[in-house]
Every structure is written in C-alpha cells, then in structure tokens.
Design a protein around this ligand. Structure first.
Ligand SMILES: [Zn+2]
Ligand SMILES: [Zn+2]
Length: 119
C-alpha cells in the first residue's frame, strides 16, 4: 500500500508560478519555482561528487542577463515523480513525490522538520 502522504490526489502546474499538490491524505503543498529549482535533487545540483554542490563562478564585471525562472516543461516519470525542464537549460532533476512531500514548505511541515532534533 502506498503511503497516502506521498500520493498526489491532484497536481496543479503553473510554469511561471510553481506547483501545487493536493495529497491523498488531505494535505496541500505549494512550491514556488525558485524553491523547487534550489532543491533540484539531481546529482549535479546536490554535489554527488563530494563537492558542496555549487558551481565555482569567477567574478565577472559583466552582469549576465538572467531571464526570470520558468519551467519549460513538466513530464511525469512513472507514477512516482515528475521531471522539470527549466528555462535555464537544466532538465535532469527528477522530483519524486516522496521528496516533494518531504520538502513541503508549509509552516506545519517546516516546523515538524526543524523540531525533530530534541535528543
Ligand atoms: Zn539539478
Ligand atoms: Zn506541508
């Protein structure tokens, strides 16, 4: 039996705003684009090579124009995840529902994940 907390009942995707997921257990999560982009779970972004997970960028006097973050496409991966292609060219991040539920940014979940260290 899949855990209803990690099974989406309904997913609403806005490519310029973000993703809202209503879960089977009645919880609802809203993810901003930047929030999702920052938490891209792919090896490149999480630094699977032992690095801190950020690219070293030489300081440049040139301000590179950065277009506003947007999702180019969102495609389902099996029935457990979806893959987001960003307008910055990055498209290797596969966001599993389990991962998404874990990073739910609502105050209740944030508090639960912060307060769980009372050893
Ligand atoms: Zn990534
Ligand atoms: Zn939550």
């Amino acid at each position: 039996m899949p855990n209803p907390a990690t099974v989406p009942e309904h997913i609403a995707i806005s490519r310029s705003k973000g993703v809202t997921i209503d879960w089977k257990d009645g919880h609802s999560s809203r993810y901003e684009l930047q929030y999702l982009r920052d938490r891209c779970p792919c090896a490149q972004c999480t630094g699977a090579h032992g690095g801190p997970g950020r690219e070293a960028q030489p300081a440049s006097p040139l301000q590179v124009y950065k277009p506003r973050l947007k999702m180019e496409s969102v495609e389902p991966v099996g029935n457990y995840a979806f893959r987001i292609a960003w307008n910055d060219g990055h498209s290797t991040g596969i966001y599993s529902y389990e991962h998404l539920r874990e990073i739910c940014p609502c105050p209740a979940c944030m508090e639960a994940s912060d307060g769980g260290r009372g050893e």
